[in-house]
Structure formats: structure tokens, C-alpha cells
Unconditional design. Sequence first.
Length: 148
Amino acid sequence: MLRIAKLTDYATVLMVRLAREPGRCFSAAQLADELGVPQPTVAKLLKRLLRAQLLASARGAGGGYSLAVAPHAISVADVVGAIEGPLALTECARGKGNCSLERGCATRANWQLINRALRVALQAVSLADMARPQLQAIQVQALQEKMP
């Protein structure tokens, strides 16, 4: 079954929480408590999201973590990339030379197309979208229109 990693799911939940109050700083402990995610896991996620420049941090009283940019400027693809690295459903989607079957593979181009479609879909959905109760049908239709 194709599924995102649990850490990526947690990171998305964390980022959506921050997107609901973009100007507010949250401590790691606050986020862990509010989201029900263990604090060491939250700390690991915050570190990766900071490294990807999706979060900003402030020290001292009233400090904590907040989004580095507006929620509409951060895509689900950005969050996935920060936690898992570049999206690649198969080895051949990463580039040439990673798969021993590459020379005679009849499905490589199709896997790359599928990988691109998934990347486009994840890039089209922002944290602002995810913070809404449900994605709107018009957004899903717009996604389909972006497909080659």
C-alpha cells in the first residue's frame, strides 16, 4: 500500500495547527500536548521543518515556533519534502542510474508521469487549504486541469 510516513503525517498536522494561527508562537511542549504527539517526536519534526525554512523560531519569553511564511505559500509538497526528501514513488523517479532494470524497463516513463502527477497534486494544496474543514470540489477540479 502506498502511504506517507507517520512522521510526515504528524508534520502536516503540526503545520496545519500553526497555519490556523499564523502569527502565534507555540512551544514544542504546547504543540506536543495539543496534538497528542510525543514531545521528542515534535522536537524532531520542528528541527526538520526549521532546516527546510518552513518554520521560524524565537527564543525567550513568548518565543517558540511559527510559520516562516503565510499558510497559502507553503504546500503539502513542501512539508513532505522537508520530512521525507524529494518525492519519488519508484527508484527511476529519482533520476537515471538508480535501478538495475532501467535499460529495458517499459514502465519507467509512466512511473515518472505518475510521480509528476502526485507532485503537482501535493504542490497545489497549501496549508491554508488544509486548515479548512474540507477541500472544496473546485480545488480538486483545478488539480485535474493542471495535469498534462
